[in-house]
Design a protein around this ligand. Structure first.
Ligand code: 6R9
Length: 568
């Protein structure tokens, strides 16, 4: 049955209770995402339906039905409970995109604990600040990543357990390390799901801001109400779809839509746990007969670069609907995708903090290439003046994107940082920190971020975090980090550094600094260029003027420099 109804029709009588009814939820009921994504689907008669088709390096394949997902997430839950882990304890999932990541996520939620997924590409420093902030009790990981965890054990007394899901018994375990084998662990009898309620914490995702350490965005089980309905309407998932969300669950797209949305609808999804290449992606779509594909602009631009010819070598006729999120999707990419795949990528906009899609193009709506689309029904969105926070009524005027709080998946706070959370609200609007304009027909057009956060290939990198890490390099005296333009990733990290006396500004040192950041933080946070300078532009109060360096990189007007330290 098609989900397609016109935008106007849906907008007219919208109420979130539409979603609650479909999920059989009433105010005050128990609501547990783990149960909704597995047990409930089995109870609906889909126990034997495939939930996950997983493919790793060399074409290795694993398949799980919804009943397998139910049983294995119960095993995870029982194992963690056996260790004394209770509801609200933070449990970090630090794995590649292996089945244990997806299933373990539900297991953590089933015991009422809080899932804290982190990219397995993170270095020990990135990992440490996030575990430290959440005072995480246990980390679930793979052999290949244990080395990074061992580095931070000494300074992480709260971290009681390091759980390895693929231990082969060869190397001895160290302090606090345990093994858990999902397949061979005995199925628990009478496993009881923790009776979480709407406001019980579910997921803690870390996101980067301009200043300060990364913030832990706290979500609750009630977020399901938004995630379910946006998946159904925007991603348009239907009973026989084969869905492919290319996002890693270390990123909110990989949990809200790579686990919760699709499985709460009982849809089969496939996961490819190998690096990116145009041929391997097309081959995957052809082999798995993917019908719905949710990806990101950087990947689409890389596919564009690979060219039209390679597309013709594969049968991609299974594709029915394509969507994109994370960065601006330029109209060229929309038009190109329509040309080569016969259907266009449809853009949507949201954030870690919003928990679910807020502005979107979707089936049943006229799509305008280059626009993010219109607010999801039930979402009150505006563009407001940056000083008065009053909505700008004139079409085409640029202002700050603003949402009226109250949709189910909205974050409930930043972990241990209520002050910053509060600072995101002005005049009863939640401000996501982006600029846009709205046209006559109510379509939103993205303009840019309102802060210095770098969006590289859809991943937010804090200049502050990179600058702090740079200062730990023996040769660096001072640093300033900005975005520089890049054809594929839109933006990449660039660092300006001044050196300590005795260090030569040469290529060897540049490589050494780059590698230092890659290992400490992540490959994405690694500067793609280091520019040596004698001094950095600063304000009179001593703040580095990143804006000035940014403007130079982008060939923009420099603007007001009245507070600059060494202006004449
Ligand atoms: C889901 C996700 C959020 C930030 C957001 C904005 C940018 C997201 C976009 C987009 C232009 C789009 N962003 N979608 N910019 N067009 N369709 O991306 O979450 O990692 O928290 O990033 O990404 O700047 O504020 P998150």
């Amino acid at each position: 049955m098609s989900n397609i109804v016109s935008y106007e029709e849906r907008e007219k009588n919208f109420d979130w209770s539409i979603s609650e009814k479909e999920l059989g939820y009433k105010d005050g009921d128990i609501i547990n995402i783990g149960w909704y994504c597995s047990d409930r689907i089995c109870e609906m008669g889909k126990a034997d339906k495939l939930a996950l088709i997983w493919e790793g390096l060399g074409g290795v394949e694993k398949k799980y039905t919804f009943d397998d997902i139910r049983i294995n997430s119960n095993k995870f839950g029982a194992f963690l409970r056996g260790l004394g882990i209770k509801n609200e304890d933070r449990i970090c999932l630090f794995m590649d995109k292996i089945p244990e990541l997806y299933i373990g996520f539900l297991g953590v939620l089933k015991i009422g604990a809080i899932a804290q997924p982190l990219f397995s590409a993170f270095g020990d420093e990135s990992l440490h600040v996030r575990l430290d902030n959440a005072e995480t009790t246990a980390i679930i990981t793979q052999r290949k990543h244990v080395g990074k965890v061992r580095k931070l054990l000494e300074k992480s007394p709260y971290l009681k357990y390091v759980i390895i899901v693929d231990h082969d018994g060869k190397k001895p375990l160290k302090e606090r390390e345990l093994t858990f084998d999902m397949e061979s662990y005995e199925e628990p009898k009478d496993f009881e799901i923790f009776p979480t309620k709407a406001e019980s914490a579910s997921v803690l995702h870390y996101t980067s801001g301009t200043t300060g350490q990364p913030k832990g965005v706290k979500h609750v089980h009630y977020s399901l109400i938004s995630q379910y309905l946006t998946t159904k309407w925007v991603l348009d998932l239907q009973e026989d779809d084969i869905y492919w969300c290319t996002a890693d669950p270390g990123w909110v797209t990989g949990t809200s839509y790579g686990i919760i949305g699709c499985w709460s609808l009982g849809i089969t999804q496939c996961v490819l746990d190998t690096g990116f290449s145009a041929t391997s992606w097309y081959e995957f779509i052809q082999k798995r007969k993917v019908t719905m594909w949710y990806s990101a602009p950087t990947a689409i631009r890389s596919l564009m670069k690979a060219g039209d010819e390679v597309v013709k070598q594969y049968d991609l006729s299974s594709l029915r609907h394509l969507a994109s999120v994370g960065e601006p999707l330029n109209s060229e990419a929309v038009i190109w995708s329509e040309k080569v795949y016969g259907i266009a990528f449809q853009d949507n906009y949201w954030q870690t903090e919003t928990g679910s899609i807020m502005i979107a193009n979707y089936p049943g709506m006229k799509v305008k290439p280059g626009s993010m689309g219109r607010p999801f029904p039930g979402i009150t969105a505006a563009v407001v003046d940056s000083k008065t926070f009053e909505p700008l009524s004139e079409p085409g005027k640029i202002g700050l994107i603003a949402f009226r709080p109250g949709w189910p998946a909205m974050m409930r706070t930043y972990w241990e940082n209520e002050e910053t959370y509060k600072s995101k609200f002005k005049n009863d609007w939640y401000l996501p920190g982006d600029r846009a304009s709205i046209d006559k027909e109510g379509y939103f057009w993205f303009v840019g971020r309102d802060d210095d956060v770098i969006n590289t290939g859809g991943h937010l990198v804090s200049p502050f975090e990179v600058e702090s890490a740079l200062l730990e390099h023996e040769a660096v005296a001072e640093s300033a980090v900005v975005a520089k333009p890049d054809e594929v990733n839109m933006e990449v990290v660039k660092a300006f550094v001044t050196l300590k006396a005795g260090y030569k500004p040469d290529d060897m040192l540049e490589l050494s600094i780059m590698n230092f950041i890659r290992k400490k933080l992540s490959p994405l946070a690694m500067p793609q260029e280091i520019e040596y300078v004698d001094s950095l532009p600063k304000t009179r109060s001593g703040k580095i003027m990143r804006r000035l360096l940014h403007a130079k990189e982008w060939g923009e007007e420099i603007g007001d420099t009245s507070t600059l330290e060494d202006d004449e």
